[in-house]
Design a binder for this molecule. Structure first.
Ligand code: 2HG
Ligand code: ZN
Length: 434
């Protein structure tokens, strides 16, 4: 019996009440059944679990912090959930190489605390930092709030260790920034379909403790883009996040926060600069040259975090309205104004909440209730030369729409790679690869 065989190798959970947390996603939209959850505590255990499941022909859904939003980490019916949460080893920070090795189950906030204590930082940060894990971030190539400065997770990984579908282990944790011994196996953004990431060698960046944050109230998206163009002349710019009045109202109801500005504005742009020396004087001087109706400047760290909260609390505030359809899309910046004008009509009778990462044209289109507007919205994004999945991944949510962003030749190549590495379709079936 599978349960018996796996229990001999590692920790196994079968209690339905405990399993529920592994079988349902954060939004409540994606849920399924699993015979059990396996919680290995080492790479060797992961390899053993994979070997046993392969032998029994039982598919496996790898799962990190279960903060994903596209149904890529929860079972549908009958897959074993392979949770990597117990792989929490954190190696010493190598200050000369500016690197660290982290287990797949290390939570982003724990990684941040660990490397900041050594005067360094990790270049990726986002609202789900207290739950998201290193393995999941790599498997989805997570983006977040600092992409304009440090790139997505891909740019912050030197190498990974992973278990393949046959239970063999591939390990590139040596930390060599230069190593052209062939092409890299494509684990980044593979969403658990090609291998199970168990650890990673991560690139670190200098810890910039001096920060300056401001919230701009603007008359529209074109004005926000104009402000962004000027702000980008600052080397210290690290964050340019936007939200709209509807989302702000929801966040305020949910958090009890007061209005952030004197009057309501059509668009809010949250910007943050970080530098080795106080970036506030240059940010404030630049802001004075802009024609912006209202600017609120953070007075101290607590105030900075308060301003962030208006943006970061969107996801949890939207959940209070019901189970949202989340369309995480990206468009070329020049296409944003017309897309946003058409969006309410495309959304139909659904409640529409919109926020995201302006510098990458990454919009989080959240729809609650009404008719499912996924198809018209994604088709419109594709027509504009955008991406149907900017930073959350494809998961189960976007698989039917992948052809809108990838050509037939690309889809055939994806299938060929999947087949080569996982011929029996053991790893995360139904996710990403159509
Ligand atoms: C964010 O930017 C996350 O806060 C979540 O990517 C987006 O909830 C969402 O739609
Ligand atoms: Zn985001």
């Amino acid at each position: 019996m599978l349960e018996e065989r796996l229990s001999r190798i590692t920790q196994v959970v079968t209690d339905p009440a405990v399993m529920a947390g592994y079988c349902t996603d954060f939004t409540g939209r994606w849920r399924g059944r699993a015979p059990l959850v396996a919680l290995p505590s080492s790479t060797a255990e992961v390899a053993e679990v994979i070997r046993v499941c392969a032998g029994e022909g039982v598919p496996v859904v790898p799962q990190g912090g279960n903060t994903g939003l596209v149904g890529g980490g929860v079972p549908v019916g009958g897959e074993v959930v392979l949770s990597l949460r117990r792989l929490t080893a954190l190696g010493p920070v190598d200050s000369s190489a500016q690197q660290v090795t982290a287990g797949a189950g290390v939570v982003l906030a724990a990684l941040q605390r660990h490397v900041r204590a050594a005067g360094l930082d990790f270049g990726v940060d986002f609202a789900a930092r207290d739950g998201a894990t290193v393995g999941g971030m790599i498997a989805t190539n997570a983006g977040g709030e600092r992409v304009l400065r440090y790139g997505t997770t891909r740019a912050n990984v030197v190498g990974v260790e992973a278990v393949l579908a046959d239970g063999s282990v591939v390990s590139r944790l040596g930390g060599l920034p230069k190593d052209n011994t062939g092409f890299e196996l494509p684990f980044t953004a593979s969403e658990g379909t090609l291998g199970v990431i168990t650890a990673a060698r991560l690139r670190l960046v200098p810890l910039l403790e001096h920060r300056a944050t401001a919230l701009l109230g603007l008359p529209g998206v074109p004005a926000a883009l104009a402000a962004l163009a000027v702000l980008r002349t600052l080397d210290s710019l690290e964050m340019a996040e936007f939200f709209l009045p509807a989302g702000l109202r929801l966040v305020r109801e949910h958090t009890g926060l007061p209005a952030p500005t004197r009057t309501e504005h059509a668009v809010y742009l949250l910007v943050e600069c970080a530098a080795p020396r106080d970036p506030a004087p240059e940010l404030h001087a630049l802001l004075e040259t802009l024609d912006v109706p209202e600017i609120v400047v953070a007075a101290d760290t607590a105030d900075r975090h308060r301003l962030w909260r208006y943006r970061e609390a969107h996801t949890e505030a939207i959940n209070t309205r019901g189970v949202p359809v989340k369309l995480d899309v990206a468009l070329p910046l020049g296409e944003l104004p017309s897309f946003l004008e058409e969006l309410p009509a495309l959304a139909g009778d659904a409640e529409l909440y919109l926020f995201g990462h302006l510098a990458e044209g990454n919009l989080h289109v959240n729809l609650v209730g009404g008719r499912d507007a996924t198809e018209p919205v994604l088709r419109r994004v594709a027509r504009a030369g955008g991406s149907i999945s900017a930073e959350h991944g494809v998961g189960r949510a976007k698989t039917p729409w992948l052809h809108l962003s990838r050509s037939p030749a690309e889809l055939a190549a994806l299938r060929a790679v999947k087949h080569a590495l996982d011929p029996a379709g053991l790893l995360n079936p139904g996710v990403l690869v159509p």
